[in-house]
Ligand binder design. Sequence first.
Ligand SMILES: NC(=O)c1ccc[n+]([C@@H]2O[C@H](COP(=O)([O-])OP(=O)(O)OC[C@H]3O[C@@H](n4cnc5c(N)ncnc54)[C@H](O)[C@@H]3O)[C@@H](O)[C@H]2O)c1
Length: 254
Amino acid sequence: MKLAGQVAIVTGGAGAIGGAVCLALAREGAHVCVADIVPGQAVAGQVAALGQRALDVRTDVGRSADVRAMVARTLEAFGRLDILVNVAGVSSVGNFETLPEAEWDRVQAINLKGVFLCCQAAIAPMRARRYGRIVNIGSVLGKNGGNPRPWLDRAEQLKAGNAAYGAAKAGVHALTVFLAKELAAEGITVNAVAPGPIVTGMTAALPQTLQALIPVGRMGTPAEVAEAVAFLASPGTGYITGEILDVNGGLWPD
Ligand SMILES: NC(=O)c1ccc[n+]([C@@H]2O[C@H](COP(=O)([O-])OP(=O)(O)OC[C@H]3O[C@@H](n4cnc5c(N)ncnc54)[C@H](O)[C@@H]3O)[C@@H](O)[C@H]2O)c1
């Protein structure tokens, strides 16, 4: 067990990918704070069933007071913080020209500002022990401009990721490399995993026409994303920082 006795916070831990990450870390021996805006007790129960301690902390990652409380409660319960995985996020679909300003703001507040706030709050307890692993969930949509032919079929684009989502995830990638450098000498690594289409509620309406473009020939699973996260969260990866690790079935090799 590579993470025996370590403590992790997983935002969005009640969701599909977040839940898989919680279990992957628990299987390696970590105690887990399941932080989500919706109840996380089902995942917390599964972590406990694996023999690890779990906290279920209701958190809106877009609110700094919530985020500070999330870290404080974790430290109170477990006394340390080794791993932060920023999974919380929302999807957003449609074309650029008609994207409402309020939707732009909603997506940035959760998908980008939420990652900023959580990373910032995790630095002090990690620095105190000169050890930390931060893993942010980005997206292929932060790299590839999304749907390769949004002009072809308006109905298709109404179900495909939009520029607000892609810009927020590109922001997550940039934040990751900036913070990686800032913390490089402190024993704290900062990396991202950038998934392609993964089978979760978020992609339930993804058109078959877009799924058919994935070279591996299928969508990915939450467990496949969690595997990459668990790798980057492990102690042996101290020389990997500022990496954006693609888990996208070959959709956008770069
Ligand atoms: N599913 C995919 O194909 C895919 C691809 C690339 C990236 N991602 C990213 O992976 C992450 C997880 O997505 P998922 O597919 O598991 O979806 P999901 O909806 O199952 O999980 C998202 C979780 O985030 C939580 N959340 C939403 N707003 C929140 C907030 N303000 N504060 C705290 N928690 C909040 C939700 O309650 C949910 O549990 C997201 O960041 C998403 O953008 C998903």
